[in-house]
Design a protein around this ligand. Sequence first.
Ligand code: HPA
Length: 247
Amino acid sequence: MYAIVGGSGLAKLTVLQNPRRQVMRTPYGEPSGALTFGELAGAEVVFLARHGYGHTLAPHEINYRANIWALKELKVEGVIAVATVGGIGAHFAPGSLVLPHQIIDYTHSRKSTFFEGSEMPVIHVDFTQPYSQALRSRLIKAAAACQEPLLDGAVYACTQGPRLETAAEIERIAREGGEIVGMTGMPEAVLARECELQYAALAVVVNDAAGRGNSVQAIKLEELGGVMQAAIMRAVRILSSFFGEPQ
Ligand code: HPA
């Protein structure tokens, strides 16, 4: 069984058949909400809304440890995270779907490890390649199978939020190699690595990042609902193809 973690625009996976909800508790507290089990394209999956079902949790308020711990307890085979992002490079235009291959972490003060506390040995996990290449390859194949364009590779810059960035911050992130920018990729990815869970992210570009393209003066997120919904539906098509196709 795979887990799907949904972000903004994907608080509910309406395509799930026979949905069943289960509340879970973990040593790290409660996950963002109840977990929903169901079938997608015939495969059993578990879905978790990262921001809570009512979208009440800001990126820095999410209990990433509880979310990942719950999925580890369920012994999922892997985690596919869906997340909205801003596009920095010109080819990451709003509406694009992207499979990032690298991360730069600009967050701070988030609980970002399971390996702390007096009873825990200090363990330094390898994070050279933050996403599972095996899972990424399968997602690329699934996108090709349903003919949905999916950009293979981008450096995901994770900012603290909840505010959006300044134009100068995006300039700096671009100089440092960031190509898409979001607020929830970390510590989710590293916690999954600490739990030895395969993890990949399906990023949905919903706006030009601050100071770029249509966002030179401002990012008008409220005007992006249409782009977001259409792109999220395409992401769900890729997920259905992923589970429906024999891989
Ligand atoms: N910046 C950070 N996070 C985001 C953005 C952005 O421009 N768009 C969607 N999530």
